[in-house]
Design a protein around this ligand. Structure first.
Ligand code: GLY
Ligand code: MN
Ligand code: MN
Length: 463
């Protein structure tokens, strides 16, 4: 946790950005996996963490915008709880540790909400993503879960996004720690990657490294020879010489700041010539980002510059053809690169995604583009100092997609389907690092990034 003054100051700024009313901010509850008491590892809500810091279940916060007063509602542990889970400071002490002097049992929350309603005050909340929070909002405000998105406060969403987007130096320090754990995960994957090893053996080891770091994985580890499946959650394969292993994995620190890295390495320890060609094309795209990303440049324009370079490289390899600008405008590259170049990262790996991606990644000037591929770009707007964003181009050969585009002659004037069909057994390559936008450019985060250049990966794996 940061010191109390950090949270106090953030809440004051938040209140100053709102017109009037109260803000209702439910923290997360414990969730049973298969019965009530057999629980998933607890994960606090990130907005609650940002403003209240307490990494404990069953807290609800209220900020009175007009008086700039914060309140925390939670129940002290009973002796029965203490017997099973051990002691914990009182709610009053926990409140004091984050600069909140007004605390009360959860049951008092209802009266506070009734009072606000009876005075006709606005009650602001953000869209809930968990069942318990949806039920709480329903109980307190009478808004059915199916209607909560449209009743959520856009004013509050915009205020939160305006504060969480640029990371404070203390947050960058935490993200650097998450990067160090993430780097260790990827180095371990490179050491363990050999023909005959089960994907699950490596994936389990990586998850263990994240847990050893004090937090957990920042999202379910992707580790597969089927890199062409974007969020492949299965690790059932056995590594085979000649294949590529794609690992997309990261960690959270104890304070839940994230890292998110991808490396794609040859199971045999050396890339064959086809793998080398595709890998180098993706690496060139990845390395283009730090040369152009800086404040004042839209991330959408960086995504499109990468798409253009990818098109040029794939033309050099005989996979694409035609006028490059027209090809990018038509979205032909999305056959190979069907996702966005990157997303904001912070206390969430896809930072603030629960607030609504259009509010996080876009603004009145830069609007989402509804074209296959670019429609998966979670972030498009102008970059600002302090943004942390992932740089993750990829090139994939998805047999089902190739077959559909060929049958429909989609973008046929830009694609050499005969050549593409010789790559249907290839899989995919993605390379991902985390980037901090600085005052005049950007830099990769993580002092000791896992090897990424072809020679460095091969040398590391040969050790
Ligand atoms: N780990 C999912 C992503 O890279 O966005
Ligand atoms: Mn990733
Ligand atoms: Mn990512």
């Amino acid at each position: 946790m940061f010191e109390a003054a950090v949270y106090k100051s953030r809440r004051k700024v938040l209140a100053s950005k709102m017109n009037s009313g109260i803000i209702l901010l439910p923290g997360n509850t414990e969730v049973g996996m298969n019965y009530h008491d057999n629980i998933y590892k607890f994960r606090q809500d990130s907005t609650f963490l940002y403003y209240f810091g307490l990494n404990l279940a069953d807290f609800v916060a209220v900020i009175d915008v007009d008086s700039n007063e914060s309140m925390l509602f939670a129940d002290d542990l009973s002796m029965d709880d203490v017997v099973w889970t051990g002691p914990q400071p009182s709610v009053k002490e926990l409140g004091a540790s984050v600069g909140v002097s007004k605390t009360a049992p959860l049951s008092s929350l209802y009266k506070v909400i009734r009072d606000a309603e009876s005075h006709g005050r606005s009650i602001h909340f953000v869209p809930a993503y968990r069942g318990d929070a949806k039920i709480l909002i329903n109980d307190l405000l009478g808004v059915a879960p199916s209607e909560q998105k449209s009743y959520a406060s856009l004013e509050l969403v915009h205020a939160i996004v305006s504060m969480r987007s640029s990371k404070e130096p203390r947050e960058i320090e935490e993200i650097e720690k998450a990067c160090a754990i993430g780097s260790e995960m990827h180095r371990t994957a490179m050491k363990m990657c050999k023909p005959g090893v089960k994907e699950q053996t490596i994936a389990g080891m990586l998850d263990g490294i994240a847990l050893q770091g004090g937090g957990q994985v920042s999202f379910p580890t992707i580790l597969s020879q089927h890199g062409e499946t974007m969020h492949n959650p299965y690790h059932k394969g056995i590594l085979t010489a000649g294949r590529l292993m794609l690992t997309d994995a990261g960690a959270e620190t104890e304070m839940n700041y994230c890292s998110d890295f991808t490396r794609t390495i040859p199971v045999s320890g050396k890339y064959d010539s086809r793998q080398r060609d595709i890998y180098q094309a993706v690496l060139d795209c990845h390395n283009l980002v730090p040369t152009i990303a800086k404040p004042g440049v839209t991330w959408l324009s960086v995504h499109l510059a990468v798409s253009k370079l990818m098109t040029e490289r794939l033309q050099d390899l005989g996979l694409m053809k035609g006028n490059v600008e027209d090809s990018v405008a038509s979205g032909a590259h999305a056959l190979f690169f069907p996702h966005g170049l990157g997303h904001m990262m912070g206390i969430d790996v896809h930072d603030m995604e629960n607030l609504g991606q259009v509010h996080v990644g876009y603004d009145e000037v830069t609007r989402p583009i509804d074209q296959f591929g670019t429609n998966a770009l979670r972030m498009g707007r102008n970059l600002e100092e302090g943004f942390v964003i992932t740089d993750e181009p990829g090139c994939y050969f998805i047999p089902e997609l190739v077959a559909q585009w060929k049958a429909n002659e989609t973008n046929a004037e830009y694609l050499n389907f005969d050549k593409i069909e010789t790559f249907l057994d290839f899989g995919g390559v993605r390379i991902e690092d985390d980037v901090l936008i600085t005052s005049d450019g950007c830099r990769f985060l993580g002092a000791d990034r896992a090897p990424v250049e072809i020679d460095d990966i091969e040398a590391f794996m040969a050790k």
